[in-house]
Design a protein around this ligand. Structure first.
Ligand SMILES: Nc1ncnc2c1ncn2[C@@H]1O[C@H](COP(=O)(O)OP(=O)(O)O)[C@@H](O)[C@H]1O
Ligand SMILES: [Mg+2]
Length: 395
């Protein structure tokens, strides 16, 4: 099709702003995907395979990567389970239905039938001691005494992981467990998960874990079990570099037969600082507002305001809505003093408060996932460019 006939048609808008939406061009993540593929391939072959914990701020593409890695796992011959940890849900409750599905599919394979059957009986005992109801699970299955039924998650969960691993190994398969929003797991649950992965890893069983969460997860995991540091690899998922950010916007436009001027592309890349969610949002709004066929610098400058309003009312606002008034004051004091990271003492001084009196608010805002404590003990926002957003809101 000759270029001058192409319209930038809203129906053909390729961009995908939204939590977990697959971007039209998954730019800049090849090395993480490659690392995941190698781990999956090694696990299936019975080789030692490193589990991964993807860490990054909100909107950087962690969920998208988890979905992609699940696909890779399937291609490599692993059975997969993906769960998202909501706040205050128990890991056992989230895992029982998933482990049951995996064991059931292994129980129909001749080679793994008896091991999977034993695992299912263990799971049955586990579900009853942790009071987890699964429709129809009680019928026809008796628990296996002594397997996963002590009532202590740090003993019982590893038993089940080993049971799955042994059954999967017998079937020539493996199990890939993916957990999103790991920061919401309780300390106890995170601990049990780490112990379980440690057990299967030491036994050389084909069980692999890929988690995703906010940056504080590295510390939470290390606090829970000191060996967590060596058990996982922690690839950072951050802003895209300039080249990748440019490709993330340009490729999809060209694939629809349209074009974007270098200056326009540069404007988007620079002002979004390469943060994936912002790239998708602004590119999408621009697409819907221009005539085309070429998107110009003035086009993107004109849609900048609308992009900011959309982000402010969606991406940014939903976070702040979860805070109490006192917590909002805390966050405002942070933003007012510039961009992070922020020393706690400065925040207290700006608010005219003592450090200790702010402890509870600090803990609560961290728990809500809005701020985190950096490696150097400073505080920072978990949402990129959040301080700017707060300053736009005025006081
Ligand atoms: N590598 C990438 N290139 C371009 N856009 C991306 C990339 N990764 C994610 N996105 C986009 O970023 C947004 C946020 O992705 P998501 O996985 O929900 O982030 P997170 O889970 O880290 O909050 C989505 O709109 C998605 O399409
Ligand atoms: Mg996510």
């Amino acid at each position: 099709m000759p270029k001058h006939e192409v319209k930038v048609d809203p129906y053909l808008n390729p961009f995908a702003p939204g939590a977990g939406s697959r971007p039209p061009e998954l730019a800049g993540r090849d090395s993480i995907l490659e690392q995941a593929r190698i781990s999956c391939g090694r696990a299936v072959r019975g080789k030692h395979a490193r589990s991964l914990m993807l860490l990054g701020l909100r909107g950087t593409g962690k969920t998208v990567l988890l979905n992609e890695i699940e696909k890779i796992g399937k291609e490599e011959g692993l059975l997969t389970s993906k769960i998202e940890s909501p706040e205050d849900a128990s890991l056992a409750r989230l895992l029982v239905p998933e482990m049951r599905k995996v064991m059931r599919s292994l129980s129909v394979v001749e080679a793994s039938k008896s091991l999977a059957g034993r695992g299912l009986r263990g799971l049955r005992g586990f579900a009853s001691i942790f009071r987890i109801e699964v429709a129809g699970f009680e019928i026809g299955i008796d628990p296996e005494p002594g397997l996963a039924d002590s009532g202590d998650l740090e003993f019982d969960l590893p038993d089940l992981f080993v049971a799955i691993g042994e059954a999967a190994q017998a079937a020539g398969k493996g199990w890939l467990l993916l957990i999103d929003e790991v920061q919401y797991l309780s300390e106890k649950d995170l601990s049990a998960l780490i112990v379980s992965m440690h057990r299967v890893s030491q036994s050389g069983l084909p069980v692999l874990f890929v988690g995703a969460g906010l940056p504080q997860v590295a510390r939470l995991a290390g606090d829970a079990k000191s060996y967590a540091e060596r058990l996982f690899s922690y690839p950072p998922v951050g802003a895209l570099d300039e080249v990748s950010a440019g490709r993330a916007v340009r490729r999809p436009i060209e694939e629809e037969g349209a074009a974007i001027a270098d200056s326009a592309l540069n404007e988007i890349v620079v002002r979004t600082q390469g943060y994936p969610f912002f790239l998708q949002e602004w590119a999408s709004i621009t697409w819907n507002n221009v005539e085309g066929p070429e998107i110009t610098l003035s086009d993107v400058q004109q849609t900048y305001k609308e992009a900011i309003v959309t982000l402010d009312e969606g991406f940014f606002k939903v976070r702040i809505d979860r805070l109490t008034k006192a917590e909002v004051q805390f966050v405002k004091a942070m933003a007012a003093s510039g961009d992070g990271p922020y020393p706690m003492a400065d925040i207290a001084a700006a608010m005219g408060r003592t450090l200790s009196s702010l402890g509870p608010a600090r803990a609560s805002i961290i728990k809500k996932g809005m701020i985190y404590s950096t490696d150097h003990g400073y505080l920072d926002f978990t949402v990129p460019l959040f301080a700017e957003f707060m300053r736009r809101q005025g006081s």
